[in-house]
Design a protein around this ligand. Sequence first.
Ligand SMILES: *Cc1c(COP(=O)(O)O)cnc(C)c1O
Length: 435
Amino acid sequence: MKYFSTNRQVPATSFAHAVIEGLAADKGLFMPETIPALSPDFFTKLPSLSLPEIGFEIARNFVGDEITESDLRQICEEALNFEIPLNELDAQTHILELFHGPTLAFKDVGARFMSRIMSHLLKNETKKVIVLAATSGDTGSAVAQGFYQVPGVEVVVLYPSGKVSQVQEAQFCTLGKNITALEVTGTFDDCQRLVKTAFADTALREKLYLTSANSINIARLLPQSFYYFYAYQQFTKKYKGPFVFSIPSGNYGNLTAGLFSWKMGLPIHHFVAASNANDTVPVYLETAHYTAKPSVSTLSSAMDVGDPSNFARMREIFGDSWETMKQRITGFRFSDAETRKAIEEVYKTYNYLIDPHGAVGYLALKKYQKEAENVPGVVLATAHPVKFSESVTEVTGQQPPVPESLAVLLDKPKKSIPLPDDYQLFKEFLLSKNS
Ligand SMILES: *Cc1c(COP(=O)(O)O)cnc(C)c1O
């Protein structure tokens, strides 16, 4: 399988190259030249496959002969080592709980898969491989946990001192081993500048292999398609007939992965794009005009994106046709006040705690059922309610229970290295990793 850039200014390339580059040199996003339809045999087997088996059967089509079958199987088993249950609230309303991984958010799926793929592809690299991640919180935790104890790779997370939550800090500062957290005296922008300066430092890069775990990486997107099949498998054990997916969206990676699944032959009836006040895509679906805008802060903060990076991939999938895209996707936007009401409604009606992102997905499903067609739906719940404990507790009066995995981290001592906002010191630190 070859991968092309959505900007089309660079030649198509291998899977390995697309993963290692992350973003194409022309700043486009990598896309597979075709999204292969899965065989009838696969769909016959689907009801009895485990999540890692589904992952393997899908991934092999995109990886081709660049990774052996047994290695790919092992990568899937290690990456997809937590449950993704489909929780039925009522016959019309199902919640796919994507938040049982180490950082309690769906980004674990992509980060765990990508980290193992990268480590595998770089295993013959003779320079020390260092993944640099500047973070304002969530990316750092998913990347650190994703690469934790992955052989041959060192991860350096830079975060602004005093500006991330206690839970986030615990998720990347208590690991040790191949994960180092640098607590920078400065802002997130300062952290990002240190990382960018390191990438531009050719003398440094002769000694070290620096890479980033970018969220637009194709190896993060691909595994997100696996759980659409897994949700379908669970849904069809009990119900027949069409159903829709409602997807709380920010950069639209999750929804794009759903489109990949549909292209592979999964009978997904319709997609509902659920957004907060950052409604660039819903506006496009309504008006045919795409207008990027600055992001605004909301309760569902991981969806505060004004110019979603994966929109370029969505356009590709629909051959740049607004008409075809809007036949398959309906978009809605909701305010923070509506989100709070939905958290309350879900708690009162179903005795279920949903986080603000999932709540936006729930609202969009209900609106679609009311205004378009009353078919059952699966809401992708992207974060554990404990990650957004404040708003959930404020609205419901209920404190979400802290899962065992998080309780353990919160008890561990924080290990971070203080770093002034000074590139020379940062460089010396990186070079010391080389020994
Ligand atoms: C990243 C994130 C989203 C948005 O996902 P996209 O793939 O960027 O659309 C939604 N919810 C949570 C909790 C997230 O962390």
